[in-house]
Ligand binder design. Structure first.
Ligand SMILES: Cc1cc2nc3c(=O)[nH]c(=O)nc-3n(C[C@H](O)[C@H](O)[C@H](O)COP(=O)(O)OP(=O)(O)OC[C@H]3O[C@@H](n4cnc5c(N)ncnc54)[C@H](O)[C@@H]3O)c2cc1C
Length: 486
Protein backbone atom coordinates (compact mmCIF):
# COMPACT_ATOMS: atom_id res chain seq x y z
CA UNK A 1 0.00 0.00 0.00
CA UNK A 2 1.20 3.51 -0.81
CA UNK A 3 0.78 5.72 2.25
CA UNK A 4 -0.12 9.41 2.20
CA UNK A 5 2.65 11.74 3.36
CA UNK A 6 0.85 12.38 6.61
CA UNK A 7 -2.37 11.31 8.33
CA UNK A 8 -4.35 13.18 10.95
CA UNK A 9 -5.08 9.87 12.61
CA UNK A 10 -3.98 6.23 12.46
CA UNK A 11 -6.08 3.47 13.98
CA UNK A 12 -4.38 0.13 14.64
CA UNK A 13 -6.90 -2.72 14.23
CA UNK A 14 -10.02 -3.00 12.07
CA UNK A 15 -12.18 -4.77 14.63
CA UNK A 16 -15.51 -3.21 15.58
CA UNK A 17 -13.79 -0.84 18.05
CA UNK A 18 -11.13 0.39 15.61
CA UNK A 19 -13.56 0.89 12.73
CA UNK A 20 -15.92 2.84 14.99
CA UNK A 21 -13.08 5.07 16.18
CA UNK A 22 -11.96 5.64 12.58
CA UNK A 23 -15.50 6.51 11.45
CA UNK A 24 -15.82 9.05 14.27
CA UNK A 25 -12.48 10.63 13.30
CA UNK A 26 -13.40 10.73 9.62
CA UNK A 27 -16.78 12.30 10.47
CA UNK A 28 -14.86 15.05 12.27
CA UNK A 29 -12.97 15.73 9.03
CA UNK A 30 -9.72 13.90 9.88
CA UNK A 31 -7.71 12.08 7.24
CA UNK A 32 -7.68 8.56 8.73
CA UNK A 33 -5.81 5.34 8.00
CA UNK A 34 -6.71 2.01 9.62
CA UNK A 35 -3.92 -0.58 9.76
CA UNK A 36 -5.16 -4.18 9.86
CA UNK A 37 -2.78 -7.14 9.96
CA UNK A 38 -5.37 -9.62 8.58
CA UNK A 39 -6.83 -9.48 5.08
CA UNK A 40 -10.37 -8.87 6.28
CA UNK A 41 -12.02 -6.56 8.86
CA UNK A 42 -13.98 -7.55 11.94
CA UNK A 43 -11.50 -9.32 14.26
CA UNK A 44 -13.51 -11.47 16.70
CA UNK A 45 -16.71 -10.38 14.95
CA UNK A 46 -15.57 -11.41 11.48
CA UNK A 47 -16.52 -14.31 9.17
CA UNK A 48 -14.98 -17.00 7.01
CA UNK A 49 -16.35 -19.05 4.12
CA UNK A 50 -15.91 -22.73 3.45
CA UNK A 51 -17.76 -25.34 1.38
CA UNK A 52 -20.66 -23.01 0.56
CA UNK A 53 -21.15 -21.88 4.19
CA UNK A 54 -20.37 -18.47 5.66
CA UNK A 55 -19.59 -18.73 9.39
CA UNK A 56 -19.44 -16.04 12.07
CA UNK A 57 -15.98 -16.68 13.53
CA UNK A 58 -16.74 -15.52 17.10
CA UNK A 59 -19.59 -13.15 17.97
CA UNK A 60 -23.00 -14.33 16.79
CA UNK A 61 -25.74 -12.61 18.81
CA UNK A 62 -25.85 -8.86 19.31
CA UNK A 63 -27.54 -6.12 21.28
CA UNK A 64 -27.49 -2.44 20.38
CA UNK A 65 -30.07 -2.49 17.59
CA UNK A 66 -33.04 -1.27 19.64
CA UNK A 67 -34.39 2.28 19.70
CA UNK A 68 -31.67 3.53 22.06
CA UNK A 69 -29.03 1.04 20.89
CA UNK A 70 -25.58 2.27 19.95
CA UNK A 71 -25.42 0.29 16.68
CA UNK A 72 -28.79 1.73 15.60
CA UNK A 73 -27.60 5.26 16.39
CA UNK A 74 -24.37 4.98 14.43
CA UNK A 75 -25.87 3.26 11.40
CA UNK A 76 -28.73 5.72 11.26
CA UNK A 77 -26.19 8.62 11.30
CA UNK A 78 -24.27 6.86 8.51
CA UNK A 79 -27.43 6.22 6.49
CA UNK A 80 -26.84 2.46 6.55
CA UNK A 81 -29.61 -0.06 7.07
CA UNK A 82 -28.75 -3.52 8.45
CA UNK A 83 -31.45 -6.16 8.76
CA UNK A 84 -31.59 -6.98 12.49
CA UNK A 85 -34.26 -9.42 13.65
CA UNK A 86 -35.25 -9.04 17.29
CA UNK A 87 -35.23 -12.45 18.94
CA UNK A 88 -37.65 -13.27 21.72
CA UNK A 89 -36.78 -15.66 23.23
CA UNK A 90 -33.19 -14.52 22.80
CA UNK A 91 -32.01 -18.11 23.19
CA UNK A 92 -32.86 -21.49 24.61
CA UNK A 93 -30.84 -22.49 27.67
CA UNK A 94 -30.37 -26.18 28.55
CA UNK A 95 -29.31 -27.05 32.10
CA UNK A 96 -28.92 -30.80 31.88
CA UNK A 97 -32.47 -32.03 31.27
CA UNK A 98 -34.04 -28.61 31.99
CA UNK A 99 -34.93 -26.37 29.01
CA UNK A 100 -35.47 -22.65 29.65
CA UNK A 101 -36.66 -20.07 27.13
CA UNK A 102 -34.81 -16.80 27.70
CA UNK A 103 -37.66 -14.37 27.00
CA UNK A 104 -37.21 -10.59 27.11
CA UNK A 105 -40.88 -9.70 27.57
CA UNK A 106 -43.57 -10.40 30.18
CA UNK A 107 -43.35 -14.16 29.48
CA UNK A 108 -39.97 -14.25 31.29
CA UNK A 109 -41.61 -14.01 34.73
CA UNK A 110 -43.73 -17.14 34.28
CA UNK A 111 -40.81 -18.96 32.64
CA UNK A 112 -38.36 -18.18 35.45
CA UNK A 113 -40.87 -19.08 38.19
CA UNK A 114 -41.47 -22.41 36.44
CA UNK A 115 -37.71 -22.99 36.17
CA UNK A 116 -36.40 -21.67 39.50
CA UNK A 117 -39.42 -21.36 41.79
CA UNK A 118 -41.04 -18.27 43.33
CA UNK A 119 -38.16 -17.97 45.82
CA UNK A 120 -35.98 -16.53 43.03
CA UNK A 121 -38.37 -13.62 42.46
CA UNK A 122 -36.84 -11.25 45.01
CA UNK A 123 -33.50 -11.67 43.18
CA UNK A 124 -34.95 -11.06 39.72
CA UNK A 125 -36.78 -7.94 40.90
CA UNK A 126 -33.55 -6.48 42.36
CA UNK A 127 -31.65 -7.39 39.20
CA UNK A 128 -34.19 -5.62 36.98
CA UNK A 129 -34.30 -2.52 39.18
CA UNK A 130 -30.50 -2.21 39.20
CA UNK A 131 -30.35 -2.83 35.45
CA UNK A 132 -32.89 -0.07 34.78
CA UNK A 133 -30.78 2.39 36.78
CA UNK A 134 -27.52 1.25 35.18
CA UNK A 135 -28.91 1.42 31.61
CA UNK A 136 -30.19 4.92 32.30
CA UNK A 137 -26.90 6.08 33.77
CA UNK A 138 -24.69 4.48 31.11
CA UNK A 139 -26.88 5.99 28.37
CA UNK A 140 -26.07 9.44 29.77
CA UNK A 141 -22.41 8.68 30.51
CA UNK A 142 -20.94 6.58 27.70
CA UNK A 143 -17.22 7.21 28.49
CA UNK A 144 -15.12 7.15 31.66
CA UNK A 145 -14.18 10.60 32.95
CA UNK A 146 -10.46 11.14 32.31
CA UNK A 147 -10.10 14.88 32.82
CA UNK A 148 -11.85 17.84 34.43
CA UNK A 149 -14.38 18.23 31.61
CA UNK A 150 -15.11 14.48 31.70
CA UNK A 151 -15.64 14.73 35.45
CA UNK A 152 -18.05 17.65 34.98
CA UNK A 153 -19.99 15.60 32.37
CA UNK A 154 -20.01 12.65 34.79
CA UNK A 155 -21.49 14.74 37.59
CA UNK A 156 -23.98 16.40 35.23
CA UNK A 157 -25.18 12.95 34.09
CA UNK A 158 -26.07 11.93 37.64
CA UNK A 159 -29.77 11.97 38.58
CA UNK A 160 -31.09 11.49 42.13
CA UNK A 161 -32.37 8.03 41.14
CA UNK A 162 -28.80 6.96 40.29
CA UNK A 163 -27.94 7.11 43.98
CA UNK A 164 -29.65 3.71 44.02
CA UNK A 165 -26.51 2.40 42.29
CA UNK A 166 -24.21 3.50 45.14
CA UNK A 167 -24.90 0.52 47.44
CA UNK A 168 -23.90 -1.76 44.53
CA UNK A 169 -20.36 -0.35 44.36
CA UNK A 170 -17.70 -2.93 45.18
CA UNK A 171 -20.24 -5.77 45.49
CA UNK A 172 -20.71 -8.91 43.44
CA UNK A 173 -23.94 -10.30 42.01
CA UNK A 174 -23.81 -13.18 44.49
CA UNK A 175 -24.46 -10.63 47.27
CA UNK A 176 -28.10 -10.36 46.15
CA UNK A 177 -28.62 -14.05 45.33
CA UNK A 178 -30.03 -16.82 47.51
CA UNK A 179 -27.01 -18.73 48.93
CA UNK A 180 -25.96 -22.22 47.85
CA UNK A 181 -25.96 -24.20 44.59
CA UNK A 182 -29.29 -24.26 42.75
CA UNK A 183 -30.70 -24.27 39.22
CA UNK A 184 -30.99 -20.47 39.54
CA UNK A 185 -27.27 -20.16 40.34
CA UNK A 186 -26.29 -22.52 37.49
CA UNK A 187 -28.42 -20.50 35.05
CA UNK A 188 -27.05 -17.13 36.19
CA UNK A 189 -23.45 -18.39 36.15
CA UNK A 190 -23.60 -19.68 32.59
CA UNK A 191 -25.32 -16.52 31.32
CA UNK A 192 -22.66 -14.40 33.02
CA UNK A 193 -19.86 -16.52 31.60
CA UNK A 194 -20.62 -15.27 28.08
CA UNK A 195 -21.41 -11.67 29.08
CA UNK A 196 -19.08 -10.94 32.02
CA UNK A 197 -16.41 -13.68 31.66
CA UNK A 198 -16.86 -14.73 35.29
CA UNK A 199 -19.54 -16.14 37.59
CA UNK A 200 -21.90 -14.55 40.14
CA UNK A 201 -19.32 -14.88 42.94
CA UNK A 202 -16.86 -12.71 40.99
CA UNK A 203 -19.03 -10.45 38.78
CA UNK A 204 -19.56 -6.77 39.62
CA UNK A 205 -23.13 -6.30 40.82
CA UNK A 206 -24.25 -3.41 38.59
CA UNK A 207 -22.44 -4.78 35.51
CA UNK A 208 -23.89 -8.28 36.04
CA UNK A 209 -27.40 -6.90 36.55
CA UNK A 210 -27.24 -5.29 33.10
CA UNK A 211 -25.54 -8.32 31.55
CA UNK A 212 -28.47 -10.45 32.75
CA UNK A 213 -30.84 -7.92 31.23
CA UNK A 214 -29.79 -8.28 27.60
CA UNK A 215 -32.88 -10.24 26.56
CA UNK A 216 -35.12 -7.52 28.04
CA UNK A 217 -33.05 -4.76 26.39
CA UNK A 218 -33.20 -6.59 23.05
CA UNK A 219 -31.04 -9.21 21.35
CA UNK A 220 -30.78 -9.43 17.59
CA UNK A 221 -29.81 -11.75 14.79
CA UNK A 222 -28.16 -9.92 11.88
CA UNK A 223 -28.92 -11.06 8.37
CA UNK A 224 -25.62 -11.98 6.74
CA UNK A 225 -24.05 -12.60 10.15
CA UNK A 226 -22.41 -10.35 12.74
CA UNK A 227 -19.67 -9.42 10.27
CA UNK A 228 -22.29 -7.20 8.61
CA UNK A 229 -21.38 -4.62 11.31
CA UNK A 230 -17.70 -4.35 10.36
CA UNK A 231 -18.40 -4.63 6.63
CA UNK A 232 -20.84 -1.69 6.87
CA UNK A 233 -18.44 0.36 9.04
CA UNK A 234 -15.54 -0.27 6.63
CA UNK A 235 -17.66 0.80 3.65
CA UNK A 236 -18.84 3.94 5.47
CA UNK A 237 -15.29 4.81 6.45
CA UNK A 238 -14.16 4.66 2.82
CA UNK A 239 -17.16 6.81 1.81
CA UNK A 240 -16.05 9.38 4.40
CA UNK A 241 -12.58 9.48 2.80
CA UNK A 242 -10.77 7.16 5.22
CA UNK A 243 -8.70 4.19 4.11
CA UNK A 244 -7.92 0.70 5.41
CA UNK A 245 -4.58 -0.95 4.78
CA UNK A 246 -5.01 -4.73 5.00
CA UNK A 247 -2.04 -6.98 5.64
CA UNK A 248 -0.30 -4.14 7.51
CA UNK A 249 0.96 -4.96 10.98
CA UNK A 250 1.78 -2.11 13.34
CA UNK A 251 5.07 -2.75 15.18
CA UNK A 252 5.20 0.24 17.52
CA UNK A 253 3.75 3.63 18.26
CA UNK A 254 6.43 6.29 17.96
CA UNK A 255 6.45 8.83 20.78
CA UNK A 256 8.71 11.86 21.18
CA UNK A 257 8.68 14.19 24.18
CA UNK A 258 5.39 12.82 25.47
CA UNK A 259 3.52 13.21 22.15
CA UNK A 260 2.71 10.52 19.59
CA UNK A 261 4.33 11.00 16.17
CA UNK A 262 3.03 8.04 14.19
CA UNK A 263 3.37 4.29 13.77
CA UNK A 264 6.23 2.10 12.66
CA UNK A 265 5.00 -0.94 10.76
CA UNK A 266 6.51 -4.42 10.54
CA UNK A 267 9.41 -4.06 8.11
CA UNK A 268 10.46 -0.76 9.63
CA UNK A 269 8.57 1.88 7.62
CA UNK A 270 7.43 4.92 9.63
CA UNK A 271 3.97 6.38 8.96
CA UNK A 272 3.50 9.80 10.60
CA UNK A 273 0.23 10.92 12.21
CA UNK A 274 -1.00 13.52 14.69
CA UNK A 275 -3.02 11.00 16.70
CA UNK A 276 -2.98 7.21 17.04
CA UNK A 277 -5.67 4.89 18.40
CA UNK A 278 -4.57 1.40 19.43
CA UNK A 279 -7.78 -0.61 18.92
CA UNK A 280 -6.27 -3.85 20.18
CA UNK A 281 -6.32 -5.57 23.60
CA UNK A 282 -4.34 -3.76 26.33
CA UNK A 283 -1.79 -6.59 26.36
CA UNK A 284 -1.12 -5.94 22.64
CA UNK A 285 -1.09 -2.19 23.22
CA UNK A 286 1.64 -2.69 25.82
CA UNK A 287 3.71 -4.54 23.21
CA UNK A 288 3.23 -1.64 20.78
CA UNK A 289 4.18 1.14 23.19
CA UNK A 290 6.83 1.36 25.92
CA UNK A 291 4.87 4.25 27.48
CA UNK A 292 1.78 2.07 27.86
CA UNK A 293 3.97 -0.72 29.22
CA UNK A 294 5.43 1.70 31.78
CA UNK A 295 2.05 3.10 32.76
CA UNK A 296 -0.05 -0.07 32.86
CA UNK A 297 2.41 -2.99 32.76
CA UNK A 298 1.97 -3.98 36.40
CA UNK A 299 -1.84 -3.84 36.15
CA UNK A 300 -1.78 -5.85 32.93
CA UNK A 301 0.53 -8.51 34.42
CA UNK A 302 -1.93 -8.95 37.32
CA UNK A 303 -5.06 -9.36 35.15
CA UNK A 304 -7.00 -12.51 36.09
CA UNK A 305 -7.70 -13.35 32.46
CA UNK A 306 -7.44 -16.91 31.19
CA UNK A 307 -10.34 -17.52 28.83
CA UNK A 308 -9.88 -18.31 25.19
CA UNK A 309 -12.45 -19.94 22.92
CA UNK A 310 -12.59 -23.35 21.33
CA UNK A 311 -14.84 -23.25 18.28
CA UNK A 312 -16.54 -25.72 15.97
CA UNK A 313 -17.98 -24.55 12.64
CA UNK A 314 -20.58 -26.98 11.35
CA UNK A 315 -22.36 -26.96 8.00
CA UNK A 316 -25.81 -28.58 8.17
CA UNK A 317 -28.20 -29.48 5.35
CA UNK A 318 -31.76 -28.05 5.57
CA UNK A 319 -33.28 -31.39 6.63
CA UNK A 320 -31.13 -31.54 9.79
CA UNK A 321 -32.92 -28.54 11.33
CA UNK A 322 -36.68 -28.36 12.03
CA UNK A 323 -38.16 -25.10 10.70
CA UNK A 324 -39.18 -23.69 14.12
CA UNK A 325 -35.71 -24.18 15.70
CA UNK A 326 -34.43 -21.18 17.70
CA UNK A 327 -31.30 -19.56 16.23
CA UNK A 328 -29.32 -19.40 19.51
CA UNK A 329 -28.83 -22.04 22.22
CA UNK A 330 -26.77 -22.27 25.37
CA UNK A 331 -26.13 -25.82 26.52
CA UNK A 332 -24.82 -26.94 29.91
CA UNK A 333 -24.36 -30.69 29.67
CA UNK A 334 -23.78 -31.23 33.41
CA UNK A 335 -24.97 -28.36 35.65
CA UNK A 336 -23.11 -29.84 38.64
CA UNK A 337 -19.72 -29.68 36.86
CA UNK A 338 -17.47 -26.68 36.13
CA UNK A 339 -18.48 -24.46 33.22
CA UNK A 340 -16.46 -24.05 30.01
CA UNK A 341 -14.17 -26.74 28.53
CA UNK A 342 -17.00 -28.24 26.48
CA UNK A 343 -19.43 -28.54 29.41
CA UNK A 344 -21.05 -25.20 28.50
CA UNK A 345 -21.43 -24.44 24.80
CA UNK A 346 -23.01 -21.54 22.91
CA UNK A 347 -24.58 -22.51 19.59
CA UNK A 348 -25.78 -20.15 16.85
CA UNK A 349 -27.41 -21.03 13.54
CA UNK A 350 -27.87 -18.94 10.42
CA UNK A 351 -31.56 -18.51 9.59
CA UNK A 352 -33.15 -20.81 6.99
CA UNK A 353 -33.71 -17.87 4.62
CA UNK A 354 -30.15 -16.47 4.86
CA UNK A 355 -29.15 -17.78 1.45
CA UNK A 356 -25.86 -15.86 1.50
CA UNK A 357 -24.73 -17.99 4.47
CA UNK A 358 -25.78 -21.46 3.31
CA UNK A 359 -27.33 -22.86 0.13
CA UNK A 360 -30.75 -24.54 -0.16
CA UNK A 361 -31.98 -23.74 3.33
CA UNK A 362 -28.88 -25.23 4.98
CA UNK A 363 -27.43 -23.72 8.15
CA UNK A 364 -24.01 -22.37 9.04
CA UNK A 365 -23.58 -23.20 12.74
CA UNK A 366 -21.01 -21.64 15.09
CA UNK A 367 -20.33 -23.42 18.40
CA UNK A 368 -18.06 -22.05 21.12
CA UNK A 369 -16.90 -23.03 24.58
CA UNK A 370 -14.71 -21.13 27.05
CA UNK A 371 -11.33 -22.78 27.45
CA UNK A 372 -8.21 -21.99 29.44
CA UNK A 373 -5.55 -20.77 26.99
CA UNK A 374 -2.81 -22.46 29.07
CA UNK A 375 -4.31 -25.86 28.18
CA UNK A 376 -3.66 -25.23 24.48
CA UNK A 377 -0.21 -23.75 25.05
CA UNK A 378 0.74 -26.93 26.94
CA UNK A 379 -0.78 -29.15 24.25
CA UNK A 380 1.23 -27.38 21.57
CA UNK A 381 4.39 -27.71 23.64
CA UNK A 382 3.71 -31.44 24.26
CA UNK A 383 2.70 -32.22 20.64
CA UNK A 384 -0.80 -33.14 21.85
CA UNK A 385 -2.82 -30.64 19.80
CA UNK A 386 -4.61 -32.97 17.41
CA UNK A 387 -5.81 -35.35 20.15
CA UNK A 388 -7.07 -32.44 22.27
CA UNK A 389 -8.73 -30.79 19.28
CA UNK A 390 -10.58 -34.01 18.35
CA UNK A 391 -11.68 -34.43 21.98
CA UNK A 392 -13.10 -30.87 22.10
CA UNK A 393 -14.85 -31.23 18.74
CA UNK A 394 -16.66 -34.31 20.07
CA UNK A 395 -17.64 -32.39 23.26
CA UNK A 396 -19.12 -29.58 21.15
CA UNK A 397 -20.98 -32.02 18.90
CA UNK A 398 -22.49 -33.63 22.01
CA UNK A 399 -23.85 -30.22 22.98
CA UNK A 400 -25.18 -29.75 19.43
CA UNK A 401 -27.02 -33.07 19.79
CA UNK A 402 -28.62 -31.80 23.01
CA UNK A 403 -30.01 -28.73 21.23
CA UNK A 404 -30.66 -30.33 17.85
CA UNK A 405 -31.01 -34.11 18.21
CA UNK A 406 -29.83 -36.08 15.16
CA UNK A 407 -28.02 -33.11 13.57
CA UNK A 408 -24.37 -33.98 14.29
CA UNK A 409 -24.37 -37.13 12.17
CA UNK A 410 -25.86 -35.19 9.25
CA UNK A 411 -23.15 -32.51 9.31
CA UNK A 412 -21.67 -31.90 5.86
CA UNK A 413 -18.72 -29.96 7.20
CA UNK A 414 -17.00 -29.71 10.61
CA UNK A 415 -14.02 -27.42 11.23
CA UNK A 416 -12.57 -26.13 14.47
CA UNK A 417 -10.49 -23.32 15.95
CA UNK A 418 -8.43 -23.15 19.14
CA UNK A 419 -7.09 -20.15 21.09
CA UNK A 420 -3.97 -20.49 18.94
CA UNK A 421 -6.14 -19.94 15.86
CA UNK A 422 -7.47 -16.71 17.41
CA UNK A 423 -3.91 -15.63 18.23
CA UNK A 424 -2.93 -16.26 14.61
CA UNK A 425 -5.86 -14.50 12.91
CA UNK A 426 -6.57 -11.62 15.34
CA UNK A 427 -3.10 -11.24 16.85
CA UNK A 428 -4.69 -11.19 20.33
CA UNK A 429 -2.12 -11.95 22.99
CA UNK A 430 -2.17 -15.72 23.80
CA UNK A 431 -5.56 -15.95 22.00
CA UNK A 432 -7.32 -14.41 25.02
CA UNK A 433 -10.79 -13.28 23.95
CA UNK A 434 -13.99 -11.86 25.38
CA UNK A 435 -12.43 -8.94 27.23
CA UNK A 436 -11.59 -8.79 30.93
CA UNK A 437 -13.59 -10.54 33.66
CA UNK A 438 -16.02 -7.89 34.90
CA UNK A 439 -15.15 -8.05 38.60
CA UNK A 440 -15.72 -5.04 40.89
CA UNK A 441 -12.02 -4.17 40.47
CA UNK A 442 -12.15 -4.20 36.65
CA UNK A 443 -15.71 -3.20 35.70
CA UNK A 444 -16.96 0.34 35.06
CA UNK A 445 -14.91 2.79 37.19
CA UNK A 446 -12.09 0.22 37.52
CA UNK A 447 -11.80 -0.32 33.76
CA UNK A 448 -8.99 0.83 31.47
CA UNK A 449 -10.19 4.01 29.75
CA UNK A 450 -9.41 5.36 26.25
CA UNK A 451 -6.87 7.69 27.85
CA UNK A 452 -3.06 7.11 27.97
CA UNK A 453 -0.23 9.24 29.45
CA UNK A 454 0.93 10.06 25.90
CA UNK A 455 -0.61 13.08 24.15
CA UNK A 456 -2.44 12.01 21.00
CA UNK A 457 -2.32 8.27 21.85
CA UNK A 458 -5.58 6.51 22.75
CA UNK A 459 -6.86 3.02 23.48
CA UNK A 460 -10.09 1.24 22.68
CA UNK A 461 -11.46 -2.28 22.30
CA UNK A 462 -13.06 -4.91 24.46
CA UNK A 463 -10.41 -4.79 27.22
CA UNK A 464 -11.24 -1.12 27.86
CA UNK A 465 -14.40 0.55 29.26
CA UNK A 466 -17.18 -0.58 29.09
CA UNK A 467 -15.94 -4.08 28.17
CA UNK A 468 -16.66 -6.91 25.77
CA UNK A 469 -19.25 -7.35 22.98
CA UNK A 470 -19.85 -5.52 19.74
CA UNK A 471 -21.76 -2.91 21.77
CA UNK A 472 -18.91 -2.51 24.28
CA UNK A 473 -16.33 -2.30 21.47
CA UNK A 474 -18.45 0.32 19.70
CA UNK A 475 -18.81 2.48 22.82
CA UNK A 476 -15.07 2.35 23.46
CA UNK A 477 -14.35 3.18 19.80
CA UNK A 478 -16.74 6.13 20.05
CA UNK A 479 -14.90 7.52 23.07
CA UNK A 480 -11.42 7.03 21.59
CA UNK A 481 -12.39 8.36 18.14
CA UNK A 482 -13.96 11.48 19.60
CA UNK A 483 -10.97 12.10 21.88
CA UNK A 484 -8.55 11.62 18.96
CA UNK A 485 -10.56 14.06 16.85
CA UNK A 486 -10.00 16.55 19.68
C1 LIG B 1 -15.98 -16.91 20.49
C2 LIG B 1 -16.50 -15.52 20.73
C3 LIG B 1 -17.86 -15.31 20.84
C4 LIG B 1 -18.36 -14.04 21.06
N1 LIG B 1 -19.71 -13.84 21.07
C5 LIG B 1 -20.19 -12.59 21.11
C6 LIG B 1 -21.57 -12.36 20.87
O1 LIG B 1 -22.34 -13.29 20.60
N2 LIG B 1 -22.02 -11.07 20.91
C7 LIG B 1 -21.18 -10.02 21.15
O2 LIG B 1 -21.64 -8.86 21.15
N3 LIG B 1 -19.85 -10.21 21.35
C8 LIG B 1 -19.35 -11.47 21.32
N4 LIG B 1 -18.00 -11.68 21.45
C9 LIG B 1 -17.13 -10.54 21.80
C10 LIG B 1 -16.88 -9.60 20.62
O3 LIG B 1 -16.67 -10.33 19.45
C11 LIG B 1 -15.67 -8.75 20.91
O4 LIG B 1 -15.77 -8.19 22.22
C12 LIG B 1 -15.46 -7.61 19.92
O5 LIG B 1 -15.71 -8.05 18.59
C13 LIG B 1 -14.03 -7.10 20.07
O6 LIG B 1 -13.75 -6.12 19.12
P1 LIG B 1 -12.39 -5.30 19.19
O7 LIG B 1 -12.40 -4.36 18.05
O8 LIG B 1 -12.21 -4.76 20.55
O9 LIG B 1 -11.20 -6.37 19.05
P2 LIG B 1 -10.87 -7.45 17.92
O10 LIG B 1 -12.10 -8.01 17.36
O11 LIG B 1 -9.89 -8.39 18.52
O12 LIG B 1 -10.16 -6.60 16.78
C14 LIG B 1 -8.81 -6.22 16.84
C15 LIG B 1 -8.28 -6.11 15.41
O13 LIG B 1 -6.93 -5.62 15.46
C16 LIG B 1 -6.13 -6.33 14.54
N5 LIG B 1 -4.74 -6.22 15.02
C17 LIG B 1 -4.22 -6.75 16.16
N6 LIG B 1 -2.92 -6.39 16.29
C18 LIG B 1 -2.62 -5.62 15.21
C19 LIG B 1 -1.42 -4.97 14.76
N7 LIG B 1 -0.29 -5.00 15.48
N8 LIG B 1 -1.46 -4.28 13.58
C20 LIG B 1 -2.61 -4.23 12.85
N9 LIG B 1 -3.75 -4.85 13.23
C21 LIG B 1 -3.76 -5.53 14.39
C22 LIG B 1 -6.71 -7.73 14.57
O14 LIG B 1 -6.36 -8.46 13.41
C23 LIG B 1 -8.21 -7.46 14.69
O15 LIG B 1 -8.81 -7.33 13.43
C24 LIG B 1 -17.47 -12.94 21.21
C25 LIG B 1 -16.09 -13.14 21.11
C26 LIG B 1 -15.60 -14.41 20.85
C27 LIG B 1 -14.13 -14.60 20.68
Amino acid sequence: MKFAERYDGIVVGAGVAGLTAAVRMAQAGLRVLVMERHNVAGGCASFYQRGGYRFDVGATLVGGFGRRGVHSQIFSELGVQLVARRLDPAMVVYLGKQRILRYGDARWRAERIAAFGAEGEAFWRKQERLADLAWDFSGRMPALPVDASGLRAFVAALRPAHLGLLPALGKTLASIMPPGRSALRAFVDVQLLITAQCDADAADLAYAATALDLAREGTYHLDGGVAAISTALARSLRRLGGSIGYGIEAARAIVERGRVRGVEIAGGQFVPARSVVLAVPVQNAAELSADIRDAFGARIAALPQRWGAFMAYVGLPAEAVPADTALHHQVVLDPAAALGEGNSVFISLSAADESARARNGGRAVTLSTHTDVALWERAEHDGDMERLRADYVSRLLRALERALPGSAERALLVESATPLTFARYTGRSRGLVGGLPQTPALATLGAFSHHTPVRGLFLCGDTTFPGQSTVGATLSGNAAGRAAAG
